[in-house]
Design a protein around this ligand. Structure first.
Ligand SMILES: Cc1cc2nc3c(=O)[nH]c(=O)nc-3n(C[C@H](O)[C@H](O)[C@H](O)COP(=O)(O)O)c2cc1C
Length: 144
């Protein structure tokens, strides 16, 4: 079956905190596992950058649901492409809170004009490469 990838950026509402992220993670893992979605959700400086991989139908259904979520606003679609294989297949959803973990600031700086995480100003390619490098960092096990 054809595989697709969707990447979007959005802004967290004021007051969103770590426990909210945990709730999003738990729900996402549960739902995504059922429908074969894999991906990563990064969060930093009040911005979300998420990638979803799976069939076109489930990606569309899930994204439409996510757009209605009051925990974030101003979602912008960055990429929707047919892909040959998954890059984030290890996780039904991995949530990464971007902080001062070893290596993270370097990856942010590599793809941004400053150390502030600003996925809204990234191109589709930059956002994908940013998320891929985060994945490598976590799969190497140098951070958790
Ligand atoms: C930034 C963000 C990312 C989310 N990612 C997912 C996701 O990958 N999968 C998912 O099912 N829900 C995700 N959610 C939660 C959905 O918006 C929604 O609350 C949930 O899917 C509802 O599931 P339910 O109908 O089973 O209660 C996300 C929410 C936010 C704010």
């Amino acid at each position: 079956m054809a595989l697709y990838r969707l990447i979007y950026v959005s802004q967290a509402v004021a007051g969103l905190e770590y426990p909210d992220l945990v709730k999003i993670l738990e729900k996402s893992e549960l739902n995504n596992k059922k429908v074969g979605i894999t991906g990563m959700l990064s969060f930093g400086d009040s911005m979300f950058l998420q990638v979803l991989e799976g069939s076109r139908r489930v990606i569309s259904q899930t994204y439409n649901r996510i757009l209605l979520d009051p925990r974030h606003v101003n979602a912008e679609l960055i990429d929707f492409s047919e892909i040959e294989h998954r890059d984030f297949g290890a996780w039904s959803m991995k949530v990464v809170q971007l902080g001062n973990q070893a290596g993270i600031r370097d990856i942010i700086l590599k793809y941004s004009s400053s150390e502030t995480f600003s996925p809204i100003s990234m191109t589709g390619k930059q956002s994908l490469n940013f998320l891929r490098e985060l994945t490598e960092l976590y799969q190497r096990g140098t951070t958790s």
